[in-house]
Ligand binder design. Structure first.
Ligand code: ZN
Length: 564
């Protein structure tokens, strides 16, 4: 089998080659050759080599073609046959919020063994000061522990951490606490719930003693997360750096970010000015409104919002992800019931957003909510057409073919965030067989709608893109259980995590594929995404990640640093 269908030189490359022949030093700064370049261009071309000048790709082609344009000072990297893909884009990740806790968190994303999770917890407790919190805020589930998929118990956590409060939050479903944490939160046997806790969310045994499990939806986990210490201001930059490094190590180079926290954004802006921002962020932000009075105020503010004032490193691109807070679907409900009053407020907000010509990226998960929003948008569209505004429904795990058709007619997009990657087990317990079509990936792919894959990490979901791709191709959640029946092929999954996502973040001219003229964001992989057995997709590890022509992650360097 031929590994590449057709190689080509872009116009820029031809210009470079001509200039070089005339003796003008237009040679690329860097050439990666002898690889399998999965360009993810419109024809899904496979090439051997790529040339980069400054922050952009100038040529893609065969080894021979690219060697021709090298100059005396061109740096060369021999890929030794390795596969290269475009930098991965997550169209919706709560990245900046995560920076406020990242350094303090004991993350379980990608940890497949319970034994290993326990060892990590032991090590963290040992390193923690007396009485210091040890915690994580979502991104994992006990079903991911293939060796022993069991929840944690209060007694077990007490044994590991007798003197430190421990809080381990599974997605937004439940939190496991030890005795010190219960004490710190004021949760006692046979006593009233402390303020802020959702009624019935504190689990008790037959004797009335709290089991250490707090269960519910997002509101049930909130009073605990609110008590956990964030990183102190003087460590916020270190925490942000550790977070970005973890993203680069996972192959991520860009993210759509709901709620760009101002203090973290300031750090990212500083790094950008210094030429060392290693991930591109595209903020999704809005005006909060939860009552009709707040809507009145918001309507005055919306026309003043200015998007697209930034660049390809940092920009504000969407109003979102909430339009009217009472119509923000919970995670673990099967059905919603949007009322006429609520929808009237939603429409007032959305009408003003359309009138202001703003793109909208809105949280919409449950079937009836999606229907109700589409009713409103169809009406709004008659007064203020939204066709060119890339209005996007986000999450959409319960969407169906008819709704996709309505969206297509409106020129809308779907940002698909399969919560089942970690919550599949819980969703099957709660929703039964209906969960097999949450999300209906093949229906979405076949609809022809513009759509992209994301996670909604880092609390609602894990953040590792190769885990998302594995899920999309196999239908298996973390831990290996089959939880959805509508899967897509690996090419379509990769396109949805790169080129189509570039569209969903308004960067289709800059990002999403390895093509001349685009920014040099790419990832070199330790194994070939296109041929590795599907079960191994989740184990693919980037060996090098590049953002704008700069190497931001190099596995060989990281291995040396770790050994020191
Ligand atoms: Zn959301």
């Amino acid at each position: 089998m031929r590994l590449y269908y057709r190689t080509f030189l872009g116009l820029v490359a031809l210009a470079c080659a001509t200039a070089t022949l005339r003796g003008q030093p237009q040679a690329p700064d860097l050439i990666l050759s002898n690889g399998k370049i999965i360009t993810v261009d419109e024809r899904f071309t496979i090439a051997q080599a790529v040339a980069i000048k400054g922050n952009r790709i100038v040529a893609v082609g065969s080894n021979q073609e690219i060697a021709l344009i090298a100059g005396a000072n061109t740096r060369r990297i021999d890929l030794a046959g390795k596969a290269v893909i475009p930098g991965l884009i997550d169209n919706h990740m709560h990245l900046l919020r995560a920076a406020t806790t990242w350094l303090r968190e004991l993350r379980f994303d990608g940890v497949e063994s319970r034994k290993q999770a326990i060892e990590m917890l032991r090590a963290r407790v040992k390193a923690a000061g007396a009485g210091e919190w040890v915690y994580n805020i979502g991104g994992w589930t006990h079903q991911q522990f293939a060796d022993d998929p069991k929840p944690f118990t209060r007694e077990e956590l007490d044994q590991i951490a007798p003197d430190n409060p421990v809080s381990l939050q599974e997605s937004y479903y439940q939190v496991f606490l030890n005795s010190r944490a219960l004490q710190a939160l004021g949760i006692q046997a046979n006593a009233a719930d402390p303020p802020g806790f959702v009624k019935g969310s504190i689990m008790h045994d037959a004797t009335g003693r709290p089991t250490g499990v707090i269960r519910g939806d997002i509101p049930a986990t909130r009073p605990i997360a609110a008590k956990l210490p964030k990183v102190p201001p003087e460590q916020l930059e270190d925490s942000s750096r550790a977070l970005v490094q973890d993203m680069n190590q996972a192959g991520l180079t860009s993210a759509g970010v709901p709620g760009c926290n101002a203090d973290v954004l300031e750090i990212f802006q500083k790094w950008k000015a210094q030429g060392r921002l290693n991930i591109r962020i595209f903020c999704i932000d809005g005006v909060a409104a939860g009552t009709p009075e707040q809507v009145d105020k918001a309507l005055e503010q919306i026309p003043k919002i200015k998007l697209f004032q930034g660049d390809s490193y940092i920009d504000n691109i969407f109003f979102g992800e909430s339009v009217y807070q009472p119509l923000h679907d919970p995670m673990f409900a099967l059905k919603s019931d949007p009322t006429a009053d609520q929808l009237q407020q939603w429409r007032r907000m959305a009408m003003e957003i359309a009138k202001a010509g703003l793109p909208l990226h809105v949280h919409a998960e449950l079937h009836d909510t999606i229907d109700a929003f589409l009713d409103q948008i169809e009406a709004i569209n008659k007064e203020h057409p939204i066709k060119s505004l890339r209005w996007t429904l986000a999450h959409v795990n319960q969407i169906n073919a008819e709704q996709l058709e309505r969206m297509k007619k409106l020129g809308m997009y779907a940002a698909v965030h399969p919560w089942a990657v970690i919550n599949g087990g819980i969703m099957h317990e709660e929703f039964g067989d209906g969960a097999y079509d949450m999300p209906p990936l093949r229906t979405i792919q076949n609809s022809g709608i513009q759509w992209g894959l994301g996670t909604d990490g880092t609390a609602a979901n894990q953040y590792l893109p190769f885990t998302t791709l594995y899920f999309a191709v196999t239908g298996n959640m973390v831990g290996g259980a089959k939880v959805i029946r509508q899967t897509i092929d690996r090419e379509d999954a990769l396109i949805a995590h790169t080129r189509k996502n570039a569209y969903l973040i308004f960067q289709e001219n800059n990002l999403g594929s390895i093509q001349p003229g685009k920014l040099a964001d790419l990832v070199v992989l330790d194994r070939d995404y296109l041929t590795v057995p599907t079960d191994q997709i989740r184990n693919i590890k980037p060996v090098m990640t590049m953002v704008g022509g700069r190497i931001v992650y190099d596995a060989s360097v990281s291995a040396q640093t770790a050994a020191r």
